[in-house]
Design a protein around this ligand. Structure first.
Ligand SMILES: [Zn+2]
Length: 210
């Protein structure tokens, strides 16, 4: 795990990740804008492994709902599968927010991932069990299935009016608004501050040059 994500400071990585309130949205949010350039936080299998570790800390119920019988094999194929799912989810959430009609292929793709697992019972103590999902093949679906289940959950049990993209027009992060008032507009407070100072700067510039 010697690999590092080039030049991106550690704080910037943590500041923008895991703020969306949903595992599926957090995956979409691994593509961020830093200094006007799109940056992929999943630039390698090592970066994916690090992201997944943190995702499991942030969303333990989602991540551990799918029971793994073998350790995850962090290979390029898995990285490509995760990125493909990310692209599909970005399309899905963009369509939902912009109230466009949803594409049949998107659902077919998600359904194929959901079919990689099946519901089962998992014994927790001598007398209790909990419902889990088991993989049909120990290596297929390790990461993508829990994320697809999170997407399914967001899509079918949550209020889609509360799904948003950050109000900062130079930011591409999504979030699910869990505030009581339902008035959250920004992915993070620092993004709100950045957006406001950017606008103030330009407003002042226009004023001085007028
Ligand atoms: Zn933002």
């Amino acid at each position: 795990m010697g690999e590092t994500i080039q030049t991106l400071p550690q704080e910037a990585m943590h500041e923008s990740l895991f703020l969306s309130g949903s595992l599926a949205l957090d995956l979409v949010n691994t593509e961020i804008i830093v200094r006007d350039k799109k940056r992929d936080m999943l630039s390698s299998t090592a970066a994916l492994a690090r992201w997944w570790d943190e995702a499991c800390e942030q969303h333990p119920d989602d991540c551990h709902f799918v029971v793994l019988e073998k350790p995850i094999n962090w290979n390029t194929n898995l990285l490509l599968e995760v990125k493909m799912l990310r692209t599909v989810l970005r399309t899905l959430y963009t369509c939902l927010i912009e109230q466009q009609s949803l594409d049949e292929d998107t659902f077919e793709y998600l359904n194929r991932i959901l079919a990689l697992g099946y519901p089962a019972l998992h014994k927790t103590t001598a007398q209790s069990v909990k419902p889990v999902i088991r993989l049909r093949d120990p290596q297929q679906g390790a990461i993508i299935l829990p994320i697809a289940l999170s997407a399914l959950h967001l899509f079918t049990t949550k209020d889609q009016q509360r799904l948003h993209v950050c109000k900062n027009e130079r930011c591409i992060l999504f979030f699910y608004d869990t505030t009581r008032s339902g008035t959250r507009q920004w992915c993070s407070l620092s993004c709100m501050h950045r957006s406001r100072s950017f606008h103030n700067y330009h407003k002042n510039n226009v004023a001085t040059h007028a």
